[in-house]
Design a protein around this ligand. Structure first.
Ligand SMILES: [Zn+2]
Length: 116
């Protein structure tokens, strides 16, 4: 049993982009120390990390802003300061701040890797 219905294709050009529980996704591998799954879309043949489809990425925040938030947090800026400097809500900053410790570098690397 997989929990793939939580995920959807992350390729904006795909016919099944954003459709959850559509049956187009399969697991094609694992990566990283936490054995995160690599998902494969049968429709467009794209591969992406399962973390791309989780709520972490479901913020409608442009990747540039996510990067800016993470960079400010990494530089030691507080939530309020980062919120003001980047121009995003404190809630958003707080959410990334929670992830900042262990995940920030990984997330940052991932964003860079997936950016055009
Ligand atoms: Zn697809």
């Amino acid at each position: 049993m997989h929990d793939l219905q939580r995920f959807c294709c992350q390729n904006a050009d795909c016919a099944d982009y954003g459709k959850r529980s559509h049956g187009n996704l399969t697991i094609c591998g694992h990566y990283g120390p936490r054995q995160q799954r690599l998902l494969y879309c049968r429709t467009c043949k794209a591969r992406f990390s399962e973390r791309k489809g989780t709520p972490l990425f479901d913020t409608r925040l442009p990747a540039d802003q996510v990067r800016a938030v993470l960079n400010h947090l990494a530089e030691g800026c507080g939530v309020r300061q980062t919120s003001r400097l980047v121009g995003v809500s404190k809630d958003t900053v707080a959410r990334y701040s929670l992830l900042a410790g262990e995940h920030a570098r990984q997330l940052h690397d991932e964003l860079v890797a997936f950016s055009p």
